[in-house]
Ligand binder design. Structure first.
Ligand code: PAF
Length: 293
């Protein structure tokens, strides 16, 4: 049965609900989002519901993680649809602060992440993780959630949040949620709705290329063949770039194999889990995806 969630728009209201829940012995799970919800978000909510007795979904299009030339103004805002999905999924509370509630006049403190934030997205969106880490740190302290669930679709973001929680001893557990894909393999993303039918058809190439490279990485776990393995992985990555461009993408920001834990260079000799990550442009739309090996 759908059940309309509570809606909080001020920290004061939010805290009143959460304090009452904690007093009653409940545990609280948080799913941070920017709205435009899809099945991927709902799968994160289900993970939160499996671990806690009360759940919050935050909906806040966070201005500090967008550069002036990015899509903040056109980012999809689909409040009624989001609320219907959260009701159907039995979310208990929607935390939807206004920008001045989140960043009141005079706001001047930011979290500047290093480590996992270095390279990849930061090479192309240098402002991004400072905005994400700052808002997530605030979401955690505002909601006092016990658990927060983040999708693996934004794999580097997940790593940055895990590092921030470790480094700052934030009293919250971070739970990763597997990427949810469309039937043809395209990772679900709020930005997929920007795609024209032609671009939507081309977009699936990212997942196919990731799978092709994964097959090459998987085939080379033999120490004796390390040099050859690295050559083959490099060749598969170069071929993947060409395939992506041939499918109609305008630019590949990165396509690379990294160590899944450090996100630094992947060395076949170290025999550790790898993550293959891609960011590429289809016209004005930037898509990212990744898979683990
Ligand atoms: O992944 C997102 O939607 C955003 O980066 C997040 C984590 C909600 C912070 O604004």
């Amino acid at each position: 049965m759908p059940k309309a969630p509570l809606i909080a728009r001020t920290v004061r209201d939010l805290r009143a609900h959460v304090d009452a829940w904690h007093k009653a012995g409940h545990t609280v799970g948080l799913v941070p989002t920017m709205g435009a919800l899809h099945e991927g978000h709902i799968s994160l909510l289900k993970l939160a519901q499996a671990r806690t007795t009360r759940t919050i979904t935050s909906i806040f299009v966070n201005p500090t993680q967008f550069a002036p030339n990015e899509d903040f103004d056109k980012y999809p805002r689909t409040w009624d649809d989001d609320l219907a999905k959260l009701s159907a999924a039995q979310c208990d509370l929607v935390w939807a602060p206004t920008p001045p509630e989140m960043y009141p006049p005079g706001f001047a403190t930011h979290v500047v992440p290093g480590g996992a934030a270095e390279g990849l997205e930061t090479d192309y969106r240098p402002h991004f993780f400072r905005g994400v880490a700052t808002v997530c740190c605030k979401l955690f302290t505002q909601t006092r959630a016990d658990v927060a669930v983040f999708g693996e679709k934004d794999f580097q973001q997940l790593a940055v949040i895990q590092q921030m929680v470790r480094d700052l001893n934030l009293p919250i557990s971070i739970v990763p949620g597997p990427t949810v894909r469309e039937a043809d393999g395209l990772a679900m993303s709020s930005r997929n709705r920007y795609l024209s039918p032609e671009h939507r058809a081309a977009a699936v190439t990212l997942h196919r290329v990731l799978q092709d490279i994964a097959a090459v990485v998987r085939a080379h776990d033999n120490m004796a063949a390390v040099a050859r393995a690295e050559g083959k992985i490099e060749a598969a990555t170069q071929a993947g770039m060409k395939t992506i461009i041939a499918a109609g993408f305008t630019k590949v920001d990165y396509l690379c194999v990294r160590d899944a834990e450090t996100l630094k260079t992947f060395l076949a000799a170290h025999n550790r889990p790898a993550r293959i990550l891609v960011a590429a442009w289809l016209g004005q739309t930037r898509l990212i995806d990744n898979i683990g090996v």
